[in-house]
Structures are given as structure tokens and as C-alpha cells.
Design a protein around this ligand. Structure first.
Ligand code: 5AD
Ligand code: FES
Length: 352
């Protein structure tokens, strides 16, 4: 009967609230092992034993938003702010390219300093230097025309987690200037432009219920993103949520596996947040069906300042050490690192 749940999810790519609760709550180890086994088999069917690397460049921690969970919220006066210059960004890419990385993820807070013109210039320069690399942007919400300009300049992918699909829950995690509606609108706009799109949510964020998680899965089914990133919510001491506990390893791993069954070809990262709540979190994420990891290429002098949550890992290591460390971890669980852009299975970028 329990196995039936897994087969049903695989076949229908659908899950009910009851089934989700059963999988998240069960103490039946056999069932959970079977869930992970099937998730691994599904990932293996499309991606073999191959794990993609994405070089993460955290280029600004200025942010105009004030999300209650996030350490770089504008209201956190203790955050020490930095911006990378174009040269510094290009030098992160040089470093990453030499280490074999072929995707650069430019991630930052919502920082108006980086205008469309400025971003397009940076994107073009990276693409000129490395035409064989993919550029992923993760800069939050912008206008559709801004998304379009950056796509035309050469950006390939965009990460924007929806955070929670439930409007009321969204408004408990964010101040009133922000809305789930606009965020979701951005995501559909990005798809329409032609980006490979990534979305996702935090696991165990304050007030989150299993109903919310079912809505998250339904939202993702509607959006059909190429990439899905989830990680545990982790407390940050200087935020309004400093008293809420972090999400758990167990729940995050089970959700990764469920996502893999529901979205067989998705690129699913084993995130830094997962590695932060457990020393083997990222390895376990791969064993639950994730197939992407993101070594940090940011200048070591700035690493600690991109402080989304407490005790974030990979803040002291040079890019090369971070890559080596990840390679070892990936191999320790029987997977291998691949160079190459690692586009979603079957995706072709079309630029008009
Ligand atoms: N814990 C875990 N993840 C967080 N993020 C922001 N703050 C936290 C936190 N305290 C995540 C959000 C955001 C991504 C870049 O980092 O989901 O989209
Ligand atoms: Fe970054 Fe281990 S992966 S230091």
C-alpha cells in the first residue's frame, strides 16, 4: 500500500496533501529508503551519475527588500555591505573557468546600483570572454523589459524562488511592499522571454504547513521550471525571525526526493543551506535525487558578508578549495562531476 503512493506519484506526477503528509511524517524506514532509491533511479535515467557544477558569484549584498527571514534585508543595520566591480566579477569567472566551471551564477540582493545598462555590459563581457559558458542571473524581481534586455545581452537562465505559493503565508514572510503575485508574474514573464527558469522555496520557514507545501508543488507544476532549488530555512540572529527554529534535514531530503519523482528532468541543486544544517547534507541531497552543486567563487574577503543565515558554510575557502571539496564529496557517494554548461535535458535557448 505504501509503495503504491510512490508509484502513483511517479505515474501521475501529482501528490495529495494526505500523501505528502504521510511521506513527510512516516517513521517507516523501508518506505523512505524506497523513496530515495526511486528518486535516484529517476535522476539516473536522465542524468546518469553526472552532477553539474555552477560557480556562484555573490556580487552584491545590498538589497532594497526587507524579507523577515533574510540576513541581508535592508533593515539589518549590522550587515556590512559590499559590491563587486565588473573587474572583480570577471576575475571570479576567470578563476572559475580555470577550475572547469561552465556556468556562472550571478547572485545578489535587489540592488538598483546595477542598472540594466550595467548588467547588460557585464553579461556581454562575460559572454565575449567565455562564449561556451552559461550565465544564470539571480537578482530578484525586475521589470519585464529589464529581464528581456539582460536575456538579449546573453543571459541564459534566471533563478527566482517563489518562496511560498500561498499568498497569506507569503505576506507573513515579507513586508507589505512585496507580493507573491508580482513574484509569480516575474517567473512567468521570464519563461515567456525564453530563460531557463529556476524557482523553489524554503523548507520549514516560519508558519509553513503541509498545505502550503502542497500549493508549492502545484505552483511548480504550473510553472514547469527547468530548475528547482529548495533548502531548509535557517535562522539568522539579526532578523525578526531570529526566534524561529531552522527547517530540518529530514524534511528537506524527503522533499527533494518527492520533487525528483514529480519533475524527473529538473535540475535540482543540493544547496549550501542543506550543507549548513548538516555536515553531510549536500551528499545526502544527491542521494535523494539532487543533481547540481554550486561551489562558491566569490572573493574570500567578501564571503562572510553574504550572510543570508547563520553559520553559512564555504565562507573561508578559496574557489579552488571549494571545488576540490565538492568533487571529493560528490565522489564519496558514487557520483562524478561533469564540466559543461549542463542545460536542462531537452532545452534549447531561442533568441529572437
Ligand atoms: N534561510 C534559508 N534560506 C534563505 N534564503 C534567504 N534567507 C534564508 C534563510 N534565512 C534563501 C531564499 C532566497 C535564496 C537566495 O536564499 O529562498 O530566495
Ligand atoms: Fe565549499 Fe566545501 S564546498 S568548502
Amino acid at each position: 500500500m505504501n509503495r503504491d503512493i510512490l508509484s502513483k506519484i511517479e505515474q501521475e506526477q501529482m501528490i495529495s496533501r494526505e500523501e505528502l503528509e504521510e511521506l513527510l511524517m512516516t517513521t517507516d524506514q523501508e518506505l523512505i529508503e524506497e523513496l530515495y532509491r526511486r528518486a535516484r533511479a529517476t535522476a539516473g535515467k536522465y542524468y546518469g551519475k553526472e552532477i553539474y557544477l555552477r560557480g556562484l558569484i555573490e556580487f552584491t549584498n545590498y538589497c532594497k527588500n526587507n524579507c523577515y527571514y533574510c540576513g541581508i534585508r535592508c533593515g539589518n543595520a549590522k550587515a556590512v555591505r559590499y559590491r563587486l566591480t565588473e573587474e572583480e566579477i570577471l576575475s571570479c569567472c576567470d578563476n572559475g573557468y580555470r577550475l572547469g566551471l561552465r556556468t556562472f551564477v550571478m547572485q545578489g540582493g535587489e540592488d538598483a546600483y546595477y542598472t540594466d545598462e550595467c548588467m547588460c555590459g557585464i553579461i556581454k563581457n562575460i559572454k565575449d570572454r567565455y562564449p561556451d559558458c552559461a550565465i544564470t542571473l539571480s537578482l530578484g524581481e525586475r521589470s519585464e523589459s529589464s529581464f528581456k534586455k539582460m536575456f538579449d545581452a546573453g543571459a541564459d537562465r534566471y533563478l527566482l524562488r517563489h518562496e511560498t505559493a500561498d499568498y497569506a503565508h507569503y505576506s507573513r514572510l515579507h513586508p507589505s511592499e512585496m507580493s507573491a503575485e508580482n513574484r509569480q508574474k516575474c517567473l512567468f514573464g521570464l519563461k515567456k522571454i525564453g530563460y531557463q527558469v529556476g524557482s523553489g522555496f524554503m523548507v520549514g520557514s516560519p508558519y509553513q504547513t503541509s498545505e502550503h507545501l502542497v500549493l508549492d508543488l502545484r505552483f511548480l507544476q504550473r510553472l514547469k521550471p527547468e530548475m528547482i532549488g529548495i533548502g531548509p530555512y535557517i535562522t539568522h540572529k539579526d532578523t525578526p525571525f531570529s526566534h524561529y527554529p531552522s527547517g530540518t534535514l529530514k524534511k528537506t531530503l524527503r522533499l527533494i526526493a518527492i520533487l525528483r519523482l514529480m519533475f524527473p528532468t529538473a535540475l535540482i541543486p543540493s544547496t549550501t543551506a542543506l550543507g549548513t544544517i548538516n555536515p553531510r547534507g549536500r551528499e545526502l541531497g544527491l542521494c535523494a535525487g539532487a543533481n547540481v552543486v554550486m561551489p562558491n567563487l566569490s572573493p574570500v574577503s567578501k564571503r562572510k558578508l553574504y550572510d543570508l543565515y547563520d553559520n553559512k558554510i564555504c565562507t573561508g575557502e578559496e574557489a579552488a578549495e571549494c571545488c576540490e571539496c565538492l568533487k571529493r564529496r560528490i565522489e564519496s557517494v558514487g557520483y562524478k562531476v561533469v564540466c559543461g554548461r549542463g542545460d536542462a535535458a531537452g532545452f534549447k535557448t531561442v533568441r529572437m
